[in-house]
Unconditional design. Structure first.
Length: 428
């Protein structure tokens, strides 16, 4: 199996020679603490070993439950928001497994139009199953979507049959757990010591992937491989620490944004997961890089202008994919459209030229450019990437001096919203 690698090109010398290595050496104790399990974060790092929350026996169980759904369902609705749905959506959209039920997403918006559209879509499906994922079942979006979809299933199939079609993933002892016990829904575990955006290494991320047909044994194998690598690579060469230190150095040198750039739109939802991981973990105490995305070549025709000639406030992190997994060749054409110079060329190679050209143009402008080379877009590589970015994000938070595992800032809008909605205890 191929390994992920990272290169850094900095034609303006923003980071001086030796500066990165020195920073990595200085941060070695942080790496050691994170790899060994920092006691101060013991309540939040259930994901660290992979095996605690996504060991082989658990994966077998999830595959068995998923098979029950796959045998019967033609639609499976994942209800959840933020950390509860982003990782599985990212993998399913990137890998596009073909033989499973249609996967729908709910509880990630309060848009009436979206809820109505989902119900309409379900009316056209033969057999519907749902999974409500919510850590403590206090979040408004999944809470109200679950109520609507539960009642939809009960009306359509009757209470007893509906119960067989309802999964809920929550913390043991939560209201969601109680609902499952009272009404016979299948309960899956949202591990106590794992926060939403770190939950890909658990039932939360893995069960929807398994229902869709993603090879979750390969995902978890990739996670373990990356874990072993990051725990053993010395500080100066550590793939995650180098990335975290480059980010920190560039932040100190005045860069405000990191832009994740890629040329495979199937990574769009992976990029959303990446944005959430970094923004919600790091964006505290008036510091941190603002994570943004460029899905190319489309966005080169939009933000590309700003990147080349706008304020020099961002650096770029490219994702480059090695394995060719598709091919479309431009055919011969008699009509004069003036694209003959591309005749017989594969879209894959044309896209590669766009990627290389973009990297060259942006780095020549003086933009610090990082590039991750991914062996492929497959389940094993995605597993590596999930573990990698989670681990790197924790290191990065430590370098910033912020707690990776809380998100106090999201309470402000909720407070205002709850006042307007008259939530008991939150009235004006
Ligand atoms: O990363 C996080 O902790 C958040 O993004 C949560 O996942 C999100 O707010 C949903 O929370 P819950 O699972 O409790 O509904």
């Amino acid at each position: 199996m191929g390994q992920i690698s990272l290169r850094y090109v900095d034609l303006k010398g923003v980071i001086a020679p030796g500066e990165l290595e020195e920073r990595c050496r200085g941060a070695a104790p942080i790496l050691k603490r994170m790899a060994e399990g920092d006691p101060k974060y013991a309540d939040f790092t259930g994901w660290r070993t992979v095996d605690e929350t996504a060991g082989p026996a658990r994966v077998d169980y999830l595959l068995q439950e998923a098979e029950r759904v796959r045998r019967d369902a033609d639609a499976f609705v994942v209800i959840g928001i933020g950390g509860s749905n982003q990782a599985s959506r990212a993998a399913i959209k990137a890998l596009r497994p073909k033989d499973g039920p249609a996967i729908l997403w709910a509880g990630n918006t309060i848009s009436a139009a979206e809820m109505a559209r989902t119900l309409e879509e379900l009316d056209g499906c033969r057999s519907v199953y749902i999974d409500c994922i919510a850590k403590n079942f206090e979040t408004l979006e999944p809470g109200i979507a679950f109520r609507v979809l539960r009642q939809y299933l009960e009306k359509r199939y009757g209470e007893q049959e509906a119960a067989k079609r309802i999964f809920a993933t929550g913390t043991p002892g939560s209201t969601l757990h109680q609902l499952c016990k009272d009404h016979g829904y299948t309960f899956l575990t949202f591990p106590e010591r794992v926060g939403g955006r770190f939950s890909v290494l658990s039932d939360v991320g893995l069960f929807p992937m398994a229902v869709a047909g993603v090879d979750i044994r390969a995902v978890t194998a990739g996670m373990r491989e990356m874990r072993d690598r990051l725990f053993s690579e010395p500080a100066e060469n550590n793939l995650a620490l180098r990335y975290a230190c480059i980010r920190k150095l560039l932040l100190e040198k005045g860069y405000a944004m990191e832009m994740l750039s890629f040329f495979e739109p199937r990574l769009n939802y992976f990029a959303k997961w990446w944005v959430q991981t970094f923004a919600e973990s790091e964006g505290k105490e008036n510091t941190a890089l603002y994570p943004i995305v460029s899905s190319n070549s489309e966005d080169l025709h939009a933000v590309g202008q700003y990147v080349q000639q706008g304020r020099p406030i961002l650096f770029e992190t490219f994702l480059r994919v090695e394995a060719r997994d598709a091919s479309v060749v431009l055919p011969h054409e008699e009509k004069k459209d003036y694209f003959d110079y591309l005749e017989d060329k594969d879209f894959w190679d044309i896209n590669e030229a766009a990627r290389e050209g973009t990297f060259a143009a942006h780095s020549q402008r003086g933009i610090p450019c990082l590039e991750f080379t991914l062996p492929a877009i497959d389940a094993h590589t995605l597993g590596q990437l999930y573990y990698y970015f989670i681990f790197a994000c924790c290191l990065s938070c430590e370098l910033l001096g912020v707690n990776p595992f809380d998100q106090p800032g999201v309470e402000a809008y909720k407070h205002e919203m709850f006042q307007r909605l008259g939530k008991p205890g939150k009235e004006k």
